[in-house]
Design a protein around this ligand. Structure first.
Ligand code: NAD
Length: 339
């Protein structure tokens, strides 16, 4: 089976490549990645010489390059992760989000249709459903209406619509997963938890958007990979599956406090910073469909996931230290220190 993985040098894509190579012998993986600031060859350096793995540096929004990859690699399955993913960056520079997330997805759909792929799996986010009031117990289901509120979630929503349109119009065998927030190894340290862990390891303060009451669900990335694997092997074309953890949602401040307890630190190292515009209040998904239909369950509770993550970042300073200099240092200054 030939798997084309897009965005395999990013956080979840690289975890998926590790997951597939660990769990299957009879497969070939081609990873196409533009290597943006979020794409890091170090995430897959340990598999670079595996004969089952190959890498193409390129842009999914480039139709010539995409066509060449499909002709040469002949994918049976496409698992599409490549995206611009950071909400804060989408607020300052929305154009690239439309180009990669929407146009790039469409280029892949066109090629998948032209070369008759057996499955196009689109990795999407729960953020396309907007947000829930903080005092509400509502859980989104796969039938909930799309109400994206940031340029990031709007561009992902547009891509979801194109994926579904290719199923209904051209009968391309697609599946979609909308997942809660992921955490785990190889997560770029601009996002809340890896930023907090690495700042603590560096003896710095931990920035939290004021007042820290936004509510999120957190899923260990390996659980997301096993869910995608279940959908690709057993999911029904045309269907959407929600993926989320078994533990309840927590506020950002509660999660940071759990982290501080694991790392033996007190609340005084929290530094409240000005909130982002349009900050979504709460996300919560009902993942009972994938559990009932595909027999998928998350393995990790949040406390275990946080402990595993702290252990990984502690042991892998050589991975994150170089990222936190250069372009990232400039971004950090602009985002958190210029208020
Ligand atoms: N991180 C989460 O918590 C989360 C939750 C739900 C869904 N998702 C979705 O999962 C997918 C992966 O997210 P992530 O957190 O691993 O992202 P990431 O930002 O860590 O990685 C994205 C990868 O895509 C590559 N890329 C970006 N633009 C590209 C282009 N034009 N052509 C080719 N490659 C390109 C980058 O170089 C990078 O390697 C995204 O589609 C995201 O919307 C993420």
């Amino acid at each position: 089976m030939n798997y084309l993985i897009t965005g395999g040098c990013g956080f979840i894509g690289s975890n998926m490549i590790h997951f597939l190579l660990k769990n299957y012998t009879d497969l070939s993986i081609c990873n196409i990645d533009k290597l943006t600031y979020a794409g890091n060859p170090a995430n897959v350096a340990d598999v670079a010489n595996d004969p089952r793995y190959s890498f193409v540096k390129g842009d999914i929004a480039d139709p010539v390059l995409v066509d060449k990859v499909f002709v040469e690699f002949k994918p049976d399955v496409v698992i599409h992760f490549a995206a611009e993913t950071h909400v804060d960056r989408s607020i300052t520079d929305p154009d690239i989000f439309i180009r990669t997330n929407t146009i790039g997805t469409h280029e892949l759909l066109k090629a998948s249709r032209a070369y008759n792929v057996k499955r196009f799996h689109h990795v999407s986010t729960d953020e396309v459903y907007g947000h829930i009031a903080l005092d509400s117990d509502e859980l989104w289901t796969e039938e909930s209406p799309y109400l994206p509120r940031s340029p990031y979630s709007a561009s992902k929503a547009a891509s979801d619509h194109f994926v579904r349109a290719y199923y209904h119009t051209y009968h391309l065998p697609v599946t979609i997963s909308n997942c809660a927030n992921n955490i785990g190894p190889y997560m770029y340290p601009e996002k809340l938890l890896p930023l907090a862990i690495t700042n603590i390891l560096e003896g710095k303060k931990v920035p939290v958007y004021t007042p820290g009451n936004q509510v999120r669900e957190w899923l260990y990335v390996e659980d997301h990979c096993s869910a995608i694997d279940a959908i690709v092997s057993k999911g029904i074309p045309g269907e959407t599956y929600f993926v989320g953890p078994d533990n309840p949602p927590f506020t950002n401040l509660e999660v940071i406090k759990k982290l501080l307890a694991i790392m033996g630190k007190g609340d005084e190292i929290i530094e409240f910073v000005k909130d982002r515009p349009g900050h979504d209040l709460k996300y919560a998904v009902d993942h009972s469909k994938i559990t009932a239909q595909l027999d998928w369950q998350p393995r990790y509770q949040l406390d275990d996931a946080l402990e595993k993550m702290v252990a990984w970042y502690t042991e892998n300073e050589v991975w994150w230290k170089p990222i936190k200099s250069g372009e990232f240092a400039e971004y950090y200054k602009k985002q958190y220190l210029s208020q």
